[in-house]
Design a protein around this ligand. Structure first.
Ligand SMILES: NC(=O)c1ccc[n+]([C@@H]2O[C@H](COP(=O)([O-])OP(=O)(O)OC[C@H]3O[C@@H](n4cnc5c(N)ncnc54)[C@H](O)[C@@H]3O)[C@@H](O)[C@H]2O)c1
Length: 430
């Protein structure tokens, strides 16, 4: 079975942070890969050798077998389809499965007997079998397990991480039958050097993924809560963490803003399913509440400190970094926006700087503009919000020229050397 599986022709549906590296990795084998996205602009850029997510370099986009397309009909050339479309939440934090339904409809229309569809998008247990498969059956007129098969293999890719890549992260695989699992397993094993873990069912594989991110969310929430308590006690959280970290089984989580489309979103997926089956998840919701409140807390801390001082005109704050994590252009669901909005609510002028962020998307999604470093006016406070390498390496040399006298610096990721704090400046760390 395993020698036969790699001969399958792969398609990837949805070429974002997750899908593109998957398509490119299969493309490196020189097997034909249909790389499909509904976003024509994205397809045009990729065909020209440009990946705006910064995950894949141009030479890899020109791999021989790789074919970028926005034409659903082209998917017919493949018989092993990998779905990597977004699974966001809506304004009321409810899972939005529309992109998955649409992608399943598109695939259903081209599905042939013998095809396999593997979902990689993060979902709660049951989505593949209860939501996606009925859509595939309806759109194709084919019968599940008789005419086509389905698998689920959650993605663990970590955008911006140049070491842990698609091909060296162990991959969970699952299938609707033992035979499907063998094929799915063999196909991924042919490109993922780190190997695979065969989950006993699709639901287990789905649950494992949301658990991974929910566990991170809760662990960070606990440390954020400790940071809120430390601040009230006048104790530096990082000193406490350093001391506690000397114990052999202490887990090294840090306080911070939890944004993006995974850790801040996936717990809502599992919470939604839990409520559907009659359980209200207290710990998961509490963690989300604490983490979602951190941006406002930081802003209040900054506002309080600068409001006490006298000003000529409106106080001004510079925020450094707006992406949801360091060294990526991704601004989706960034909690830095909470800091900006809250400060503006106080009547404070906010200047925003970020050399990594996608400025078009920032304008489109949040109506926010970036200011180049040399155009930043001296500010009453600087919020170092994201640990981009340029801020980490620049340290106080970047910050000092941005400050008015007696300024306040909020160092959210604790990047700055405390010992080098300039005279008259107040340094606060989360
Ligand atoms: N980015 C991560 O760090 C990460 C890590 C692990 C898992 N995931 C999960 O992987 C999935 C994809 O996430 P992402 O970050 O790559 O999303 P993304 O927004 O970067 O990319 C999704 C792509 O899918 C395309 N798309 C949307 N609907 C489509 C459709 N019907 N047909 C074809 N293409 C369509 C979009 O145009 C976009 O290019 C999500 O479920 C996410 O939770 C993401």
């Amino acid at each position: 079975m395993s020698s036969f599986a790699p001969q399958r022709r792969v398609s990837v549906v949805g070429l974002g942070y997750v899908g593109l590296p998957v398509a490119v990795t299969f493309g490196r084998t020189d097997q034909p890969v249909v790389a499909f996205d509904i976003d024509k602009r994205r397809i045009a850029e990729l065909t020209d050798g440009h990946d705006r997510t910064g995950e894949v370099a141009a030479p890899d986009l020109f791999a021989q077998g790789l074919r970028f397309t926005a034409e659903p009909q082209d998917l017919q050339a493949a018989d092993f389809h990998i779905v990597t479309v977004p699974t966001p939440i809506d304004a009321s934090n409810t899972p939005d499965l529309e992109p998955l339904r649409r992608a399943s409809t598109t695939l259903g229309k081209v599905l042939k007997k013998g095809d396999i569809v593997v979902y990689e998008s993060t979902v709660y247990p049951g989505v593949t079998e209860d939501v996606c498969i009925p859509v595939l059956e309806r759109a194709s007129g084919l019968k599940w397990k008789t005419d086509f098969n389905v698998g689920y293999s959650p993605e663990r890719i970590n955008p911006g991480d140049k070491e842990r890549r698609f091909d060296n992260i162990l991959k969970i695989v699952s299938g609707d039958t033992a035979e499907t699992l063998d094929i799915v397993d063999a196909l991924y094993k042919s490109v993922v050097k780190a190997g695979t873990h065969r989950a006993p069912s699709i639901r287990v594989a789905e649950f494992a993924k949301v658990l991974e991110n929910t566990q991170r969310d809760i662990n960070i929430a606990l440390i954020n809560e400790i940071a809120l308590i430390s601040d009230r006690l006048g104790i530096d959280t990082r000193d406490v963490l350093e001391a506690a970290g000397t114990k052999w089984n202490f887990l090294p989580f840090k306080p911070g803003l939890v944004g993006g489309h995974c850790i801040g979103v996936d717990p809502f997926y599992i919470a939604h399913k839990a409520e559907e089956v009659g359980y209200h998840p207290h710990v998961i919701h509490s963690g989300r509440r604490v983490n979602d409140s951190m941006g406002v807390y930081v802003a209040n801390r900054v506002a309080r400190s600068i409001m006490r001082r006298s000003h000529d005109g409106r106080p001004r704050v510079t925020v450094l970094g707006v992406t949801f994590k360091e060294n990526v252009p991704d601004i989706r669901n960034t909690r830095v926006v909470d800091i900006v909005r809250e400060l503006q609510d106080f009547g404070i002028v906010v200047q925003l700087h970020d050399p990594e962020a996608d400025s078009d998307l920032l304008r489109e999604h949040y109506a926010l503009e970036l200011t180049p470093l040399e155009k930043l006016q001296p500010a009453d406070a600087v919020v170092l919000a994201v640990a981009h390498t340029c801020y980490r390496e620049g340290g106080w040399d970047v910050i000092k020229p941005l400050l008015r006298a007696a300024a306040f610096v909020a160092d959210v990721p604790a990047l700055l050397d405390r010992k080098l704090t300039p005279k008259g400046v107040t340094l606060w760390r989360l």
